[in-house]
Write a protein that binds this ligand. Structure first.
Ligand SMILES: [Zn+2]
Length: 405
């Protein structure tokens, strides 16, 4: 059924009054689980900018750029969704600037899906001098030392202005290790902030600088915290679900805890999340780990590892990790990874990649990043394929030969 709704002008700076659009009822993301294998699922997430096959690895484009790669290359590699960081974009070039230029999609000319984080994690990880209160967080810019303040409301305002397809509730990432009372207090704060995030979002979600008329709009996901305490993770999940979101993230992991603890928390927390909603594990991991977490029922992951490691000459291959700077590759005519079909492995030798890196050529970062991202994306494709065949736990060992590092 078609109905009229009020929605913000695509370019709010050009018109002060809302514009009539003839469109169907606006809904946020849709998620369909299409196949299961044990706890793992293969699904399809539909956002205002297209479909995303899950489980998915989301490359990180902190400043509206996956470092070193133009958007057309990302498209060729099959990237369906990427992540951008609100904290960095808020500081530079500024949310208002991005909003006026059509939101992130228009600004960076990326027609597919985007997810932004809330800025909470960056404030946590980049600011030793941050001050947390019930109201929000005061922090200093890592660029010029200037003082800034993020609250659930201002973090939502920033993410609505950036216009990503999926935005995240403002949370506090609990440090590790932490005393039990501190973990609970932090979890309670995140729950109060989740409620405030949702309230602000519901009142302002029509202000998204959408660059096309779509029958879908931005979605706000909640974040489960609770440190390394299984009971608190359960409580955090249940109370976040009570607030109600179209998707749920597991935050506060990969903050220095041992890997077996990360796995234990993920496995336990997933069981308390609704099966029909996407589950996003924030900030992980190695190729081996993303396979393992997909096996536990995680649908979405992001990590700077493949792109950051590439810029440092650390390459993931089906035969293990390669540090391309090593002299042993100086005369090596073989491809970086004989089992990889990426454009780099099809064309260039290890000797050439080693030379580019040793010579500090910009091209080294570009080629290395293309390969590492291809490796991650291909690994996820293999995982999805295995799940779609219903191979259960067996798929893990089959994919393992690619990811075992
Ligand atoms: Zn390759």
């Amino acid at each position: 059924m078609t109905m009229h709704i009020w929605t913000a002008s695509p370019r709010a700076n050009e018109a002060s009054a809302p514009t009539w659009f003839d469109t169907i009822l606006i809904v946020s993301t849709q998620f369909l689980v299409e196949a299961r294998a044990g706890a793992a699922r293969a699904g399809r997430l539909t956002t205002p900018h297209g479909e995303v096959e899950t489980p998915v690895f989301m490359p990180v484009g902190t400043l509206a750029s996956v470092k070193g790669l133009p958007q057309e290359v990302l498209e060729e590699l099959g990237v369906e969704i990427l992540l951008a960081n609100t904290y960095h974009l808020y500081l530079r070039p500024g949310v208002e600037q991005v909003r006026k230029l059509g939101g992130l999609h228009g600004f960076m000319s990326w027609p597919r899906s985007i997810l932004t984080d809330s800025g909470g994690f960056q404030v946590f990880s980049l600011n030793d001098l941050r001050k947390v209160s019930q109201e929000g967080v005061t922090f200093r810019s890592h660029l010029d030392g200037s003082s800034h303040f993020f609250s659930p409301e201002s973090a939502m305002e920033a993410q609505i202005g950036l216009g990503a397809d999926i935005i995240m509730a403002f949370d506090e990432c609990t440090e590790y290790p932490a005393e039990p009372e501190r973990v609970r207090a932090s979890m309670e704060l995140t729950l109060r902030w989740a409620e405030r995030s949702k309230n602000y979002f519901e009142e302002h979600k029509n202000e998204v600088p959408c660059n096309k008329v779509s029958d879908r709009t931005q979605a706000l996901f909640g974040i489960v915290q609770g440190g390394m305490d299984l009971a608190l993770r359960k409580e955090s999940a249940e109370r976040t679900i009570e607030i109600g979101f179209p998707g749920y993230a597991i935050g506060g992991l990969s903050v220095g805890e041992p890997r077996h603890v990360t796995r234990e928390i993920v496995e336990a927390t997933v069981q308390h999340l609704p099966a029909e909603r996407p589950r996003y594990l924030m900030g992980v991991g190695t190729p081996e780990e993303i396979v393992e977490y997909a096996n536990l029922g995680i649908d979405m992951m992001d990590c700077v590892l493949p792109t950051r490691a590439a810029r440092h000459g650390l390459l993931f291959t089906s035969e293990g990790r390669i540090s391309i700077k090593q002299a042993q590759y100086a005369g090596d005519e073989s491809p970086l990874d004989p089992n990889c079909v990426c454009p780099i492995c099809r064309r260039y030798s290890r000797a050439y990649l080693r030379h580019l890196y040793a010579s500090n050529e910009v091209l080294a970062q570009v080629l290395n990043t293309i390969h590492n991202l291809s490796f991650y994306l291909d690994t996820m494709r293999a995982v999805r394929h295995s799940i779609s065949l219903g191979r259960g736990a067996r798929f893990l060992s089959e994919v393992w030969s690619r990811a075992k590092l």
